[in-house]
Design a protein around this ligand. Structure first.
Ligand SMILES: [Zn+2]
Length: 460
């Protein structure tokens, strides 16, 4: 089946190059910073596809909603980006790691930061001649400056493989893996025709990454109602593949973008100075906005908040929560990050969990069929972590979740939750974040180019 992406690509490539745009440097083997021919041999074999033009980029003004393909907005000043480059280098006698990287065209600041990270997991003196080092580089947007280092990986010894991945504009993180696994930065985008799931599969995005994507947007998007045909998404993520190139484990999402009914929201991963990794929009506002209004899937409200006639007790009383009817066994999620305060049987509530959150909030979940193992007082939970399942324990007429939100000791209507907005980056941290966003955008541009090329090859 030909994917939607391929179709989009053909349309984009059919545009004539603009006058004044010269042929790109791919014919010279990406050799724009003095890397020797042997280092770039592999890339040089790549066939040069039709030259990309300005029309690859959105025609809408930066900062406005979205173009038809849901691109993240960024003005490239008329210069089409180049795709990421893979290089393979062999360690020679007398080489240091820094020497190898510089031979691969890695600029010295990147070399220095990558080596700083590498030292934490690897003894550099153990580098053996003959070792093959794989580099992933991102070409400069202006086609003039040096390429930036995206990742390094190599086999360190008989059972370990080492990878270094860029995790900020000037920083890298190194990890040791079982040597059969190869870390990569991967990318995919899709246009929704029937469902996000199908579009994700067509775009070859692993289901674990799709699940993360849904979690990431669950604050803003009701995936049952808000997603329509023509909506699109884009995601860049870490991935581990085996020696045959098959993905075996999915890593974190680095950046994700969703365009729903013409409006685009992009979220970037960023490690705050307190060491928390979170997702932020372009302005540095955390994606974590509030507690979930509906801490379960596929449920309908069977009883709202407020005064009502109690179905069993038969007199009017205040309903201090919301009831969600769903089949028994439907998972119940923690409405937000927090600490479990109470679990177990609580009279008419049946099996019950209460969680304490920041800002004076608590949430409670009643009539559960089961409580997930490990959900005990003192346990930390993450938002959307499964804590139990819907049941009919306690005083009920049928299976449902009774959900309460308590603020400073007072019950409030969960449907009216407009919680304290999440963390907002400020000052120096915000500046670092913005640098990181600029960096990520450049990576995205490279990956888009790569994907468009691959798609156009398939179509020929
Ligand atoms: Zn209830």
């Amino acid at each position: 089946m030909r994917s939607v992406l391929a179709t989009i690509t053909v349309a984009s490539l059919a545009v004539t190059p603009l006058p004044g745009e010269t042929a790109p440097q791919e014919q010279t083997g990406w050799n724009w910073n003095g890397a020797p021919a042997d280092a770039v041999e592999q890339s040089a074999k790549q066939e040069a596809p039709p030259y990309p033009t300005k029309s690859w980029f959105p025609t809408v003004k930066p900062g406005t909603a979205a173009n038809e393909s849901g691109d993240i907005q960024m003005p490239p000043d008329g210069i089409a980006p180049l795709p990421p480059i893979d290089k393979e280098l062999t360690v020679r006698r007398g080489d240091t790691f820094a020497k190898v990287l510089s031979r691969g065209g890695v600029p010295s600041p990147d070399t220095a930061s990558a080596i700083r990270a590498l030292k934490k997991v690897y003894d550099l003196r153990r580098l053996q001649p003959g070792t093959e080092i794989f580099l992933q580089l991102q070409p400069p947007l202006d086609r003039k400056g040096p390429a930036r280092l995206l990742s390094i990986d190599f086999i360190a010894d008989s059972d370990a493989e080492i990878s270094v991945l860029r995790d900020g504009p000037e920083s890298y993180a190194a990890k040791r893996y079982d040597r059969t696994l190869v870390p990569r930065v991967s990318y995919g985008r899709g246009v929704i025709r029937s469902s996000l799931y199908v579009a994700g599969k067509d775009a070859k995005i692993p289901s674990a990454v799709l699940a993360n994507l849904v979690n990431l947007y669950s604050f803003d998007v009701d995936f049952q109602r808000d997603v329509h045909p023509g909506d699109s998404f884009e995601v860049m993520f870490e991935q581990l593949t085996d020696e045959a190139g098959e993905p075996v484990r999915e890593g974190n999402i680095i950046v994700a973008s969703m365009t729903l009914s013409g409006s685009t929201t992009t979220l970037y991963r960023f490690k705050t100075k307190s060491g928390f990794t979170d997702y932020f929009d372009e302005n540095g506002q955390s994606a974590q906005k509030s507690l979930l209004r509906t801490p379960t899937d596929a449920a309908r409200i069977s009883s709202g908040f407020g005064k009502r006639m109690h179905p069993i007790l038969g007199y009017t009383r205040m309903h201090r929560g919301i009831d969600f009817a769903a089949p028994p066994g439907t998972p119940v999620y923690a409405a937000g990050d927090g600490v479990v305060e109470k679990t177990g049987w609580v009279g008419a509530y049946g099996r019950y969990i209460r969680i304490r959150h920041t800002g004076g909030y608590q949430t409670a979940y009643a009539h559960l069929r089961h409580i997930e193992r490990g959900i005990k007082p003192g346990a930390r939970v993450k938002q959307r972590q499964v804590i139990g399942s819907i049941g009919a324990s306690g005083r009920v007429t049928g299976p449902h979740l009774h959900y309460e939100v308590i603020h400073n000791g007072r019950h409030i209507n969960p449907q009216k939750l407009r919680l304290a907005a999440g963390y907002k980056l400020k000052g120096n941290e915000l500046e670092q974040f913005k640098a990181s966003v600029a960096d990520t955008k450049q990576q995205l541009l490279s990956f888009r180019t790569q994907q468009k090329r691959q798609a156009s090859m398939l179509d020929r």
